[in-house]
Ligand binder design. Structure first.
Ligand code: SAM
Length: 322
């Protein structure tokens, strides 16, 4: 299935209005909200907006889970750090795509042999990033979190040394090719996909994955895109045997490129360079600004604000209450 940005923008706006109240009500009734959205939209797969609402409603539950079962969290993060270690030096940049509440990112950063120079994470849900910031702080880890869509990542080509996922491609079944292409675009050295591997799962797990609209065929699709897949296997440890975690390890051909400098942001809509500051990410070439909400940059295409004067004026803070 092709990922079309124009279709996506149209759908985002209408779907948000159509789904938000119903999904919130379904969540309050304790129902599976993704299933509710699929039925309401009559869709075969999960749309980005339903994924966003569903995950945003659950914000805080991963941290609660990590607190309740620290041994499982430590094992999961240790396993990922082992895979990532060969690619990370003190000069590296690393990005977790779909980082949720940073429960994996914080644990991975603490277990890497080298602390990377830049650590980044983004998620489609602001609430999850907000919980993630507190979790990072509580765990003495440091990373820059922002809101973005993995299909339109606001970073320049080959600008992050190592890009990894931990079950974030999972709900994006039907859009595997667009997702892998985008991750390969921004990665300089390696793309490490830690995702359920449909082809290596048993029949019961496959049936569950199909019913949830999970990704399939990751290795085959990566190879079709010309990627060098260095490893593909199930992992020793996995939280849920019905959702078997596996690895698809992609090395870029330009492994000899020097490790990166500073992070280079780009407008997800026009691809023009963005200048970052604490109030907004501004593109002088287009006059578009992406706002920052309580310290978390909002960098989805639908967040763009036309504000040509942003870079020119020193806008004074409004006086509340008149
Ligand atoms: C199963 S959770 C995993 C979270 C985190 N990686 C971890 O290991 O705890 C999947 C995450 O992917 C995010 N996600 C799914 N689709 C996304 C998209 N298109 N863009 C950005 N994030 C996405 C969800 O919001 C959710 O936080």
């Amino acid at each position: 299935m092709k990922y079309d940005l124009e279709d996506q923008l149209r759908t985002d706006v209408t779907e948000l209005g159509r789904l938000i109240l119903g999904m919130r009500a379904a969540y309050a009734r304790g129902e599976n909200v993704m299933e509710y959205a699929r039925k309401t939209a009559g869709a075969l797969g999960n749309s980005p907006v339903s994924t966003l609402i569903a995950y945003d409603l659950q914000a805080g539950t991963y941290i609660a889970g990590a607190r309740a079962n620290p041994e499982a969290r430590a094992r999961w993060c240790g396993q990922l750090a082992e895979i990532l270690n060969p690619y990370i030096s003190t000069q590296s940049s690393i990005l977790e795509v779909g980082c949720g509440e940073a429960t994996t990112l914080a644990g991975v950063l603490k277990r890497l042999d080298n602390t990377p120079r830049h650590a980044l994470g983004f998620d489609i849900s602001w609430s999850r990033c907000a919980h993630g910031m507190t979790w990072l702080e509580e765990n003495g880890a440091s990373a820059r979190l922002f809101v973005a869509d993995l299909f339109e990542i606001p970073l320049e080509d080959s600008s992050v040394d190592v890009v990894y996922t931990s079950h974030s491609l999972e709900p994006n079944g039907g859009h595997e090719e667009a997702a892998i292409k985008e991750l390969m675009r921004i990665a300089r050295h390696a793309v490490v996909l830690v995702e359920p591997i449909y082809e290596l799962a048993d029949a019961e797990a496959q049936e569950r994955m199909r019913s949830h609209g999970y990704v399939q065929g990751l290795k085959e699709i990566a190879e079709k895109l010309g990627a060098t897949v260095r490893d593909c296997r199930l992992l020793d440890y996995c939280g849920n045997p019905l959702n078997p975690s596996g690895l698809v390890l992609i090395e870029k051909t330009n492994m000899s490129l020097p490790e990166g400098s500073d992070i280079q942001w780009r407008c997800p809509l026009t691809h023009a360079p963005l200048i970052a500051n604490s109030t907004g990410f501004y593109s002088p070439g287009t006059g578009l600004v992406y706002p920052v909400l309580s310290g978390i940059p909002l960098l989805r295409t639908s967040h763009a604000v036309v504000a040509s004067s942003f870079g020119l004026l020193n806008v004074k803070k409004p006086v509340c209450g008149g």
